[in-house]
Each structure stands twice: as C-alpha cells, then as structure tokens.
Design a protein around this ligand. Structure first.
Ligand code: SF4
Length: 185
C-alpha cells in the first residue's frame, strides 16, 4: 500500500499545520508521555471501539481500518451501521462542533464509499452528555466538500520550512509549545 496520511492529522492540521510535525515525531513514543489529560480521556472513550467491544450487532462495523486511494488518507472509523447506512464518530464530550471533527467524518465517508459501503447519514456523538450532532454528507454539503479538498491539498503540500506566523492564542494551548521553535509564547 502507498504511504497515506492518517485521518487524525486533519484535526491537528486545522489547529496548526506545524503541529503535524510534532505529532509525527512523538507518535512513535508512548502516547502517555505527551497527551494532556483531556486527550487521554478522549482516547479512553475510544478504547471500546478500538478493541471492538462497543456492540456485537452484526450490522455494526467498529474500529475498522479504512483507506481512500483518491485522497491517500486512511485510519479507523468509529462505528458504521450498515443497516442504517450511518457513520458515527464518538467524542468524550463535544462542547463545540469543530471543523476538524467534521472533516474527519468527511475523510471517513470518502474512505468507506471508495471501499464500497453506502453512507447516507453521519453524526457526531458526545458521550458524556448523550448528545448527537447530525452532519451533512459530502454530497449534501458541496461547499464544505470544496473546503475539505483544499485542506487535504494543503496538508499534502505543507512545507515546515516555509514562513509561518504563529498564533499566540493557539500556541498557549498547544501541547508542543515547549518543542516548537516558532511558538509565540
Ligand atoms: S506551538 Fe504554536 S506554532 Fe508551534 S505547533 Fe503549537 S500552535 Fe503551532
């Protein structure tokens, strides 16, 4: 299989393109070394899916590896219910529906469709407060689809050496700010 970009990078890239470099660097080290508490809790929320213990329903695929040749991206879906053509991405608690969450679903959608699955509905699910956020599919939201194409293109062509102006508000909350040579604080 050709090299591909993990779907999870989309969220990082939207937060700050440079964070992908550090994500790659530290992705090879134990994640406990650098995850913040919130991120660790978020990962724990995904554990049941990653170990495929969330549901035993035959129509529900959990934690399945997916890949898009068109976009050269891949990763794991959270759950896909074939009986409802429904793709779901769970988060521990959703306070804001960030663009990155939506683009992760878009990426999963394209992977699944390319692999021959039908996806008619998508939603984000906030586990702590049991709230669902329906998300339009790419064919239903062509504007966002164009943005998605643009972000994937930028991600693939990002050059760490190009001029970059850091955003102090982001750097303050960035888990890599002790390592980053252009951090604004
Ligand atoms: S410290 Fe700032 S510039 Fe560096 S990766 Fe984090 S957000 Fe980006």
């Amino acid at each position: 299989m050709e090299p591909y970009m993990p779907i999870s990078y989309l969220n990082d890239f939207i937060f700050c393109p440079r964070s992908i470099y550090f994500h790659q660097l530290y992705g090879r080290v134990s994640q406990r070394l650098y995850h913040t508490t919130a991120q660790t809790k978020g990962k724990a929320a995904h554990k049941t899916v990653d170990t495929q213990t969330y549901t035993t329903a035959k129509s529900v695929l959990q934690g399945m590896e997916v890949y898009s040749d068109r976009y050269k991206i891949g990763g794991k879906i959270d759950t896909y219910d074939a009986s409802k053509s429904l793709l779901v991405e769970r988060k521990k608690k959703i306070k804001v529906v960030y663009d990155g969450y939506i683009y992760q679903l878009f990426a999963q959608y394209h992977c699944l469709v390319e692999m021959g699955y039908e996806v008619q509905k998508m939603k984000l699910y906030s586990m702590d407060d049991n709230k669902s956020y329906p998300i339009k599919t790419p064919p239903e939201d062509t504007e966002r689809q164009k943005e998605f194409d643009d972000i994937v293109h930028k991600m693939k062509n990002f050059d760490l050496n190009e001029a970059f102006v850091a955003n102090e508000n982001k750097c303050r909350y960035c888990i890599y700010n002790n390592l980053c040579d252009v951090a604004a604080c």
